[in-house]
Design a protein around this ligand. Structure first.
Ligand code: FE2
Ligand code: FE2
Length: 289
């Protein structure tokens, strides 16, 4: 916002032209050089005049006294006086959604979900190699859920102007037992720490409506991750009990909306209310479905 010393001179200064009543026949009487203008003790030779009880001082003379640049904008009928030491104030850039903490959290979650997807696909491959075909399918179904989370979060980021999508880090693959432990730890961190914080921040920052409803997406993912963690812990704990695992996880279902992975097709998803008929069934241990 510009500030001009013209503002402080309002009331004593007019430009001569404002007194040019060219379109009227009225005759007015003025007294030229009625008053003197003294600046910092120095007498100036600025012209003045008296009209109707008011003293008018020529603006150009004033600009010279203050060594100021004078500009006249005829359209807005505004005189601008700018002194050499005037520094235009920097206007602070408006805060945007990209400055929000939620924007950074969306990036972190897309990165995390993308990494989880890549890790679970690698863990599925390892489980197949280790002979745990049902466990491989659980990893596959959960990998697909993480891919959906990443998609949803990336869609919001794009709405906010993001263009650089995070790419997956190379997963660290161990034995199937180690992979189940690592997967459980990751899911637990997400549902106990990461997503609850992201949900609260999105709520506080007002990103809880419309296309940028990060709060909703974070909250759905948080609940799905808790289900994923429970599955992994159960399988990890009972890895030696093949009969138990094969019968319990022989056929599993994934919600196409929130990504929960369950052992029975529900009427409606208890997390996101999606129609259970749309849940994706995983029953072939050697393929994605
Ligand atoms: Fe998960
Ligand atoms: Fe769901």
């Amino acid at each position: 916002m510009k500030k001009y010393i013209a503002g402080i001179l309002t009331g004593i200064i007019l430009i001569w032209s404002t007194l040019a009543f060219a379109a009227t026949n009225e005759t007015i009487s003025v007294i030229f050089d009625y008053a003197k203008l003294v600046v910092n003790g120095e007498m100036t030779d600025t012209s003045t005049m008296l009209y109707d009880g008011r003293i008018y001082i020529q603006l150009r003379g004033v600009s010279e006294v203050f060594d100021a640049e004078l500009e006249w904008d005829n359209e807005s009928k505004t005189a601008y006086l700018t002194t050499a030491d005037y520094v235009e104030e920097e206007t602070a850039p408006e805060a945007t959604a990209q400055d929000s903490e939620t924007y950074a959290n969306l990036y972190e979650s897309v990165q995390g979900e993308t990494n989880a997807n890549a890790a679970y696909l690698a863990f599925a491959e390892q489980a197949r190699n280790d002979g745990f075909l049902v466990v491989a399918r659980l990893f596959q179904a959960t990998a697909d859920a993480e891919a959906k989370h990443a998609e949803d979060e990336w869609a919001i980021l794009q709405t906010l102007g993001a263009t650089q999508r995070p790419v997956a880090s190379k997963p660290v693959v161990g034995s199937t037992e180690e992979n189940l432990q690592a997967a459980f730890n990751g899911e637990t961190y997400e549902y106990e720490v990461m997503y609850p914080g992201f949900v609260a921040t999105a709520e506080a920052e007002g990103m809880n409506a419309g296309d940028t409803n990060a709060r909703r997406i974070f909250n759905l993912a948080r609940q799905a991750e808790e289900i994923h963690a429970g599955n992994y812990l159960d399988v990890f704990t009972n890895l030696a009990n093949t009969d138990y695992i094969d019968s319990k996880y022989g056929v599993i279902y994934r919600c196409p909306v929130c990504g929960e992975v369950v052992i029975e097709r529900p009427g409606r998803c208890p997390i996101c209310n999606a129609d259970g008929a749309n849940f994706i069934e995983y029953s072939d241990p050697l393929s994605a479905n």
